[in-house]
Design a protein around this ligand. Structure first.
Ligand SMILES: NC(=O)c1ccc[n+]([C@@H]2O[C@H](COP(=O)([O-])OP(=O)(O)OC[C@H]3O[C@@H](n4cnc5c(N)ncnc54)[C@H](OP(=O)(O)O)[C@@H]3O)[C@@H](O)[C@H]2O)c1
Length: 236
């Protein structure tokens, strides 16, 4: 294939950043999106310093207007088509239900559920322009099982799983593959705000967590897999 055209949301840090770097290393043209420009600019600089191609695109996935404008510019950069869309942007707060508030609930639904819908909806024409497009939705093990203090996060990730699996049915006849990704705990800045998460023995020992590069490699390999390979899900 010629240079793959890729859009990664939430690419400023963590898993999204690792995925963007992995595709860039393989020669892709990568549009990287998030809200924090400084993180995107440093990622683009790193990719370009290594000889790759990337463009930063500020985007708030929870804001439809922002998504509309940003996807349009990203697709302009990739030349009108997208081979790969990675819906990775996400938020995660641990909050027992008796401490749950409307703002936390809404943020999870808006970013983790509405976000992938908005981005996929806006990117669809560009995905259909590609010969064999592939969408990755980064869910979580919290889309497969419940965890305490996770009502908002689990609800949002179970919803994303449903969206992703139904989307696969609609887009398969159009030749678009859809993979739902279920990472376990991964050592990224998402854990920085979680009280008790650190390099200490226990449930949230960051040293024991997977590395973002491992998720990125699995995503990249799924994209490379022959078309008769089942890549509906990535579990670790
Ligand atoms: N780390 C884990 O243990 C783990 C496990 C399972 C699943 N996941 C999932 O993997 C994905 C990435 O997680 P991560 O651990 O890499 O998180 P992270 O390190 O906190 O990075 C999250 C990325 O998403 C972006 N983002 C957040 N809100 C956004 C918004 N409204 N619009 C656009 N971008 C937004 C952030 O950038 P800005 O804040 O600058 O916008 C950042 O670039 C998430 O969907 C998460 O739920 C993570």
């Amino acid at each position: 294939m010629t240079q793959p055209r890729v859009l990664v949301t939430g690419a400023g840090r963590g898993i999204g950043r690792a995925i963007a770097l992995r595709f860039a290393r393989a020669g892709a043209k990568v549009a990287v999106a998030a809200r924090t420009s400084s993180e995107l600019d440093s990622l683009v600089a790193e990719i370009e310093a290594a000889g790759g191609s990337a463009r930063a695109q500020q985007m708030n996935v929870a804001d439809h207007g922002s998504v509309e404008a940003a996807v349009w510019r990203a697709v302009e950069y990739t030349g009108g088509a997208l081979d790969v869309l990675v819906n990775n942007a996400g938020v995660f707060d641990i909050k027992p239900f008796d401490k749950m508030d409307l703002a936390t609930w809404r943020r999870h639904i808006e970013v983790n559920v509405n976000g992938p819908f908005f981005v996929t909806h806006e990117a669809l024409d560009a995905l259909l322009e590609a010969e064999h497009a592939h969408i990755f939705n980064i869910a979580s093990v919290a889309a497969l099982q419940a965890f305490p203090g996770n009502t908002a996060y689990c609800a949002s990730k179970y919803a994303l799983r449903g969206f992703s699996d139904a989307l696969r049915l609609d887009l398969a006849p159009k030749g678009v593959r859809v993979t739902t990704v279920y990472p376990p705990q991964v050592d990224t800045p998402i854990w920085d705000k979680v009280p008790g998460a650190g390099n200490v023995a226990g449930a949230w020992d960051r040293a024991q967590m997977m590395k973002p590069e491992q998720i990125a490699e699995a995503v990249y390999q799924a994209w490379c897999a022959p078309r008769d390979t089942n890549v509906d899900e990535l579990r670790f």
